[in-house]
Design a protein around this ligand. Structure first.
Ligand SMILES: Nc1ncnc2c1ncn2[C@@H]1O[C@H](COP(=O)(O)OP(=O)(O)OP(=O)(O)O)[C@@H](O)[C@H]1O
Length: 798
């Protein structure tokens, strides 16, 4: 059958009559064309300018032909297509008495004159027998549509589901097409069973019509053969289904022609309405520019939706009654047929997959592939390679390898299976997420600190805690810098309460964070998770120290694996001396830089406070002098202008100079404070890194099971150096600074805040970089790392 888009096939069949209007209807010898000529007077009135000749070209004219020939021409290919999985529809259309039922069902009493439906059933079962390599099941349904009411013509058959008949409705099931809910389906095993149902349905149609006092030919009938074909020989999970619709439409008739009235009038109106909707749907289908086709306007068009515009092989038989008195109906039928011929359908096989068979088939294939894999391993001398799900130990090994790769202690990761490769990526992702979290925390902390520093500066400018000496105007204020001494902390109410700052003393004996850190402790320690984690880290470091009261042993340098792992404190000292010596060295350097910056900060603060005290003293002296002069009476010039005494002038100049110095020191104090914050952050980073490396080293050295170690040594399937080049994994790593910027942009929703923060950050980095590189720390890292340059180089850990 045609699998591509095709037009609906249209045939014209004439009912034999002794009064065939030869002068009006002309069949051309090509067997496809019919010309209709109309005498003017036969149409309306005396003045008539309408056309009087029409020519219709169809697929074939079936004039004076047998039932067999009609079947072969019209239905044979459609029936075979249905057995191959294509939906098919054969539809008879025409005026009442034109021979639709004769064409579709035939004369039931005469075998020779049987119509398309019995012949189709016969062919279906002949094919079922011939196609012994397929299991084909056939089911039947018989639907009648009378005055827009759906009726099941096979509801009387025993196989119908018990209980009251379900309400019938046409349902559009999307991809599955249109079906009639509540219509009974009957499994038939041979031609006879099928014909029995056909006849029973026909009988029900007549009886039903009789009992309801209606004309049986006044309804549309759709006899459907449902076919399902499974291959027997192939272990193929695919199977095909199809529907063969054999449609006998109700006769089209003009209302005025027979002077219809009463029930006939109603029936005719329903028929004409539904046929008119059918025509509208066909016009819409034939017009390729139209998107919408009004299928739901009537039950008939809705039920035939797939048939008309779907994936169906569709054939229309236009039945005409070739007598002169019926010429108007003949014309109308032929017009409809020509429109129908313009409709295109897209026949396609309805292929499905049997889920049970599919699972079995796939299981078999997996089995085969496993065997194939095992052969390949044997040929390649790979033994014991496991392709199953990874065990917890294997996952832990991969995690450890990834960690070491990221730390730069190994250059490559060996992967022997797809599962392992996937797990490597999972672990990379996890590591990335952890770093992102860390950066996020840092960003929040930096943002809070920056905001605090800004607000403190603003507060100091507006009103210093120890009073204002207003010399240059209301916009300049001078305050005391906070003391390093915890006891002389600023006495603002919310700061007095806190005691948490005491907990932040460093293990190496460095004084607890001074200056603003002290002042900020109460709020930031609650808000900032980094401070809390820093405390934890200090605690962990101290905890490890305290685990071993003897302290590090000189003889512990070489670790010998024993049944019980060594004390963590001992192992930590060893780790710092050997494996982690580089990080430890950087940590120490960072601590030294931090200590130096803190010392500088203290000096600056002392300077600022000294300047402030001098300003206060000078101001007091000036005040006294002015009061004294006031008592003595002020000196005035010859012009009566007040004149300054020399002592007062000297004090004023001195005060001005002191304020200038104060401003300069205060500025430097703020920037040094920012540096100290940054250095503290880097020291924390180093500590975290040292501890995490130690943990992973300790776990690998003492906690991973013996068999896992053996596997590592024996080259068992695991992650080991060798197969993933460094460059590839590096591509997974995002630069910390990029992360930092990215996250910060996400965090700070206000554009003003982002600009502020970017500017602040750039200045801070620049300052720290230039100062620290030119000052005391001259160390340059010579050992290899991941190769990516991070924030200020001298303090970063790679
Ligand atoms: N090609 C034909 N050869 C012999 N008899 C025919 C042929 N076509 C129709 N007839 C006869 O014409 C009569 C009317 O035919 P039929 O009932 O099939 O018309 P119809 O179009 O189905 O009418 P309705 O719309 O009323 O159902 C029947 O007696 C039928 O046997």
């Amino acid at each position: 059958m045609n699998t591509h888009g095709s037009e609906v096939k249209v045939f014209c069949r004439t009912r034999p009559t002794a009064n065939f209007a030869q002068d009006l209807i002309e069949y051309l010898p090509d067997g496809q064309t019919v010309n209709v000529h109309l005498k003017k007077e036969s149409r309306k009135g005396i003045v008539n300018n309408q056309l009087n000749s029409w020519s219709f070209r169809l697929d074939r004219i079936l004039h004076d032909v047998s039932q067999e020939e009609v079947y072969n021409s019209v239905a044979h290919r459609v029936v075979l297509g249905a057995l191959d999985g294509y939906n098919g529809t054969v539809m008879c259309f025409g005026q009442t008495g034109a021979g639709k039922t004769y064409t579709m069902t035939g004369a039931t009493e005469s075998y020779k004159e049987r119509g398309i439906i019995p012949r189709a059933l016969q062919e279906v079962f002949q094919e079922v027998e011939q196609r012994s390599d397929h299991t084909i099941t056939v089911r039947l349904s018989f639907l009648e549509i009378y005055n827009e009411i759906l009726l099941d013509l096979l509801s009387s058959v025993k196989e119908s589901p018990a209980g009251p008949p379900a309400a019938m409705a046409i349902v559009d099931e999307g991809g599955a097409g249109v079906s009639v809910k509540g219509l009974s389906l009957h499994l038939v095993h041979n031609e006879e069973e099928a014909l029995n149902l056909l006849f029973e349905g026909e009988m029900n149609r007549i009886i039903g019509a009789h009992s309801l006092n209606r004309n049986s030919s006044r309804s549309h009938c759709i006899f459907t053969v449902h076919i399902e074909s499974h291959s027997r020989t192939l272990s193929d999970a695919k199977y095909v289904t199809s529907k063969l619709n054999l449609v006998d439409l109700a006769g089209s008739e003009r209302l005025g022609k027979t002077g219809s009235e009463g029930q006939i009038l109603i029936e005719t109106m329903y028929i004409n309405k539904s046929l008119s909707f059918l025509e509208q749907a066909i016009l819409a289908l034939a017009d390729r520019r139209r998107d919408h086709v009004p299928f739901r306007q009537s039950k008939l068009t809705h039920a035939l939706k797939d048939t008309l515009g779907g994936n169906c092989n569709t054939v229309l038989v236009a039945n005409v009654y070739g007598e002169a008195g019926q010429i108007e109906e003949t014309l109308s039928t032929l017009r409809f047929a020509c429109r129908m011929k313009c409709v295109r359908t897209e026949p396609a096989v309805n292929e499905h997959v049997d889920p049970v068979l599919q699972v079995k088939k796939l299981q078999k294939e997996i089995q085969l592939l496993k065997q194939e894999l095992s052969i390949q391993d044997t040929l390649a001398n790979r033994t014991g390679v496991s392709y199953g799900a990874l065990t917890e130990t294997q996952v832990a090994q991969i995690q450890s390898q990834v960690q070491r790769y990221l730390d730069g202690t190994v250059d490559e990761i060996n992967v022997v299976s797809i599962r392992q490769a996937k797990e490597v990526f999972v672990q990379f992702k996890l590591a990335l997420q952890q770093r992102e979290e860390k950066i996020k925390e840092d960003t929040i902390q930096n943002y809070i600190l920056a905001e605090k520093a800004q607000s403190m500066q603003a507060a100091a400018n507006a009103k210093g805690p120890n009073g204002i000496v207003d010399v240059d105007g209301p916009n300049f204020g001078v305050g005391m810098a906070p003391s390093l001494d915890k006891n002389s902390r600023l006495q603002s109410p919310h700061r007095v309460k806190t005691k948490k700052g005491k907990d932040l003393n460093r293990k190496d004996g460095t004084a607890s964070p001074a200056l603003m850190k002290e002042a900020e402790t109460s709020s930031t320690s609650r808000m900032n998770p980094l401070l809390a984690s820093q405390k934890d880290i200090d605690g962990q470091e101290a905890e490890m120290q305290s685990q071993d009261p003897q302290g590090p042993q000189a003889g512990d340098k070489e670790h010998v694996r024993t049944d019980s792992p060594p004390l963590k404190a001992t192992a930590f000292e060893d780790f710092k001396a050997e494996r982690g010596s580089e990080i430890n060295r950087i940590l120490k350097e960072n601590k030294a830089v931090l200590a130096e910056r803190r010392r500088h900060l203290r000096e600056l603060r002392d300077g600022v406070n000294a300047a402030k005290r001098k300003i206060d003293r000078t101001s007091a002296e000036l005040q006294q002098l002015r009061e004294h002069s006031q008592q003595q009476g002020r000196l005035v010039s010859a012009d009566g202008e007040p004149v300054l005494e020399e002592a007062e002038l000297a004090l004023l100049l001195s005060l001005q100079k002191l304020k200038g110095q104060y401003r300069q020191h205060y500025k430097e104090l703020c920037s040094t404070k920012a540096e100290v914050n940054y250095c503290e952050h880097l020291v924390d980073q180093c500590r975290t890194r040292l501890l995490s490396e130690f943990e992973s080293w300790y776990n690998e050295s003492f906690l991973i099971p013996e068999e896992a170690q053996v596997m590592l040594r024996a080259g068992e399937p695991t992650i080991r150096p060798g197969l993933i080049p460094m460059a590839k994994a590096l591509a997974l790593e995002e630069d910390d600074q990029e992360h930092f910027d990215h996250l910060r942009s996400k965090l700070l929703t206000s554009p003003g805040a982002i600009s502020y923060f970017n500017a602040h950050d750039k200045t801070l980095q620049k300052r720290i970089y230039s100062k620290t590189t030119t000052q005391k720390v001259q160390h340059k890292r010579t050992s290899g790392g991941s190769g990516k340059t991070k924030l200020p180089a001298i303090l970063s850990v790679t």
